[in-house]
Every structure is written in C-alpha cells, then in structure tokens.
Design a protein around this ligand. Structure first.
Ligand code: IPM
Ligand code: MG
Length: 389
C-alpha cells in the first residue's frame, strides 16, 4: 500500500471533563497503556473553541507515537477554559501548583468572546507561565512546504529559525498603576522589568540551542536605543558570548528585525528576545511560514513540567465544524515529545507533517483548507508507517 493511499483508522478522542474544575491532583487518568519504554504523566487542557478539537487530533497522533516507539503517557484532563469565567469560575495559583508533579501539559486554546477580557489570560496563560516559572517560550518558525510561504521565491531552505522569547519578565501581565482616575489627568502605567538572573537564563538557553544547530548563529532582538533599560540584554549577550565562542552573535532592533524577517528570513537562525517583542515577532514569523495555523510553542523550564500549545487562538467562528487545522497542535505535541526526551518520536511527527504537505493530504494551514480528521489521519498514517525525515 502506498503512503498516499493509506487511510489510518484512528482512535477518536473526545476530551471528557474527568476532573472537577477546581481539582487538579494527579491520579485521575483517562487511560494508561503498559508497554516497554518510558512512562510519563501529562495534563491535557483542551480549553475553548477549537482548542479541544485540535488537542484531540494531537492525542490521536500521540497514540500512534506511543505505539510505534514503545512509551506510555498517562493523561489527566482538566476542564479549564475562558468560558468557565462567564459563570465566575477562576483558575487560581493553588490549582496550578499541583501541576508541578506532572511531566508536561498539553494546552489547546484559551479565549472566549464573552469572558471578562484579559482575566482568563491573566489567570491561566500567565498563571501557568509565571506560576511554573516557564521562562522559555520556544517558537520554531519552520516552513513545512515551499507552497505555504507568502514570500515570493522562498523555499524550505530559506526559512528555518527559532524565536526564543523570554516568558516571565517585561511589562507583560504587570499590575496597572492608576492615578487621577476619571479626570483629564488620568494616568495609567505598568512597570517594565528585566533582571540579570532572568536575562541570563534566557540568553544562556538561546546560546545552548544555537550551539546545537548547524549554523550556530544567535541574534538578539531588542529596542535598546529607545528602551535604554534593555541594554541589560546587550551586556548579558556580550558576557555569555565569551562562554560560547563557537556561536556567532549579533543584535538588531525589533523594527529592523521585522523588516529582515520578511525580506531576508534566511539570515536568522536562533533569535533571543524579550517577552513583548517575542509575542509580536513570533506571529510575524508564523505569517512567513503560512499563517498562525502553523505555529507551535513550548513554555519551558528545562527539566521541569512545561506547557506546549499551538500559537493560534480559540477561533470561535470555526468551533465544532471539523475544519480547524490541527497542524499547530500536532507541532506542539512534537515539542512536548522532545521535552520528554522522546526525540525519535518528535522527529517522526515532524516528518509526518512534512509528508502530509508533500503528498497533498494536508492542503493548507487555514481553517477550512481541509478537514481536521483528514489531516489527523494523514499524520497518524505516516507516523505508523515510519515516514523518514
Ligand atoms: C501568545 C499569546 C498570549 C501572549 C496572549 C493570549 C496573552 O498571544 O501566547 O503569544 O501574549 O503571550
Ligand atoms: Mg501572541
């Protein structure tokens, strides 16, 4: 049977709410399979909108990798969502704390148009990132197929870089300081904070990543001409650079970097940047490889529980139609497998995605470019058949 013709029969996942909203103690699991190889325990949070659909797709691919590579992942499902905020439920720091006992968290999407704006993001997204000290936001910008880039004449060889976004500092999610409320002098401000410890650990992570990649090139993206406090990044880059003489470094202002990403994406290998700029340029990066649907990210504390998610949102408009692209969620699964130390399985998932685009079984990244189920079946089939990278 040729790969293109293969129709995989896949296990259908529907994320059940197995653990009450406020309880996240380990032990209640959806399934566990006993096989040889590693055993891991993960938490699955489908979230809102298309989040559960694309997460189910990723879980089907996870089944296939377990089967092929002989490891077992126990899954505990948590029904956290922005939607629950409409009725006043909230995720608290006490609910996040027990998640430390797991190996990883697979997250779908958090966001609902009727939820109080910013509150679920504050509690859940920043709650996980800051609460679990997930200081690395890893966002690989990978072009799966030449046809996907909007940049004329560019190929998979030209666009292959990683944005390493600092994930715990900066002005992000900081309290608002108000004065003269409701008067013409009303003023609102928030603090932008960088610490040497926080800067050092993210820049070190980026250096180590750059060292493992063929081009060994690290670019700092900041705005230290206008935000003088970001000079701390320049200083740390220079200091750590002495420990990594094999890594070539340079620095660029974020405005210029945005332009270069579109005009000359081939000049980037590993980018290290602040929380706010990383948020922006990682969406730009996703755009140059075909749109938000492609992107996956890891919120990582090396060696500790970490959160893996697609970078797209909950896309309420497409919910329940079976047309959401699961590519970002499946990419997030690959990052999770890498984090767990199952590098072969991670590579197999990446190869299966590329194979899907090559054979045309995955037609695009936008919602509606294909059926979620068809894309999932294509990837599951290739993982099972052992398509090579
Ligand atoms: C992301 C998202 C979040 C962020 C939002 C939802 C708060 O845009 O993961 O990039 O800004 O970090
Ligand atoms: Mg973002």
């Amino acid at each position: 049977m040729t790969i293109g013709m293969h129709t995989a029969r896949i296990r259908l996942h529907t994320l059940p709410a197995t653990v009450p909203f406020g309880k996240s103690r380990p032990g209640r699991t959806v399934r566990s399979s006993a096989q040889m190889g590693g055993r891991y325990r993960i938490v699955v949070i489908g979230g809102d909108g298309i989040g559960p659909e694309v997460t189910n797709a990723a879980l089907s691919v996870l089944d296939a990798t377990e089967h092929r590579f002989g490891f077992a992942i126990e899954r505990t499902v948590l029904p956290w969502s922005a939607e629950a905020y409409i009725t006043g439920q909230r995720v608290t720091a006490e609910m996040i704390e027990p998640l430390r006992e797991y190996d990883a968290i697979l997250l779908g999407a958090i966001g609902h148009p009727d939820a109080p704006r910013g509150l679920p993001e504050h509690d859940i997204i920043f709650g996980l990132r800051r609460g679990l000290d997930l200081y690395v936001n890893l966002r690989p910008i990978v072009l799966y197929d030449d046809r996907l880039t909007p940049l004329r004449g560019r190929t998979t060889k030209d666009i292959d870089f990683v944005v390493v976004r600092e994930n715990t500092e900066d002005v992000y999610g900081r309290p608002i300081i108000r004065s003269a409320d409701g008067t013409p002098d009303e003023t609102v401000k928030s603090e932008m904070i960088f610490t040497r410890r926080g800067t050092e650990r993210i820049v070190r992570y980026a250096f180590e990543l750059a060292r493992r990649r063929p081009r060994k090139r690290l670019t700092l993206v900041d705005k230290s001409n206008a935000l003088r406090l970001q000079e701390i990044y320049r200083s740390v880059l220079a200091d750590l650079g002495r420990e990594f003489p094999d890594v070539e470094t340079d620095a660029m202002y974020v405005d210029a970097a945005s332009m270069w990403m579109v005009l000359h994406p081939e000049r980037f290998d590993v980018i290290v940047t602040t929380n706010l700029f990383g948020d922006i340029i990682s969406d730009l990066g996703a755009a140059v490889v075909g749109g938000l649907g492609s992107g996956a990210s890891g919120n990582i504390h090396p060696g500790k529980v970490s959160v893996f998610e697609p970078i797209h949102g909950s896309a309420p408009k497409y919910t329940g139609q079976g047309v959401a692209s699961p590519v970002g969620a499946i990419g997030a699964l690959a990052l999770m497998l890498e984090h767990l130390g199952e590098a072969d399985a991670a590579r197999a998932v990446g190869a299966a995605l590329r194979e899907g685009f090559r054979t045309g079984r995955i037609r695009g990244l936008e919602a509606g470019s294909g059926r979620t189920m068809e894309v999932t079946e294509a990837v599951v089939g290739s993982v099972r058949e052992g398509v090579r990278a």
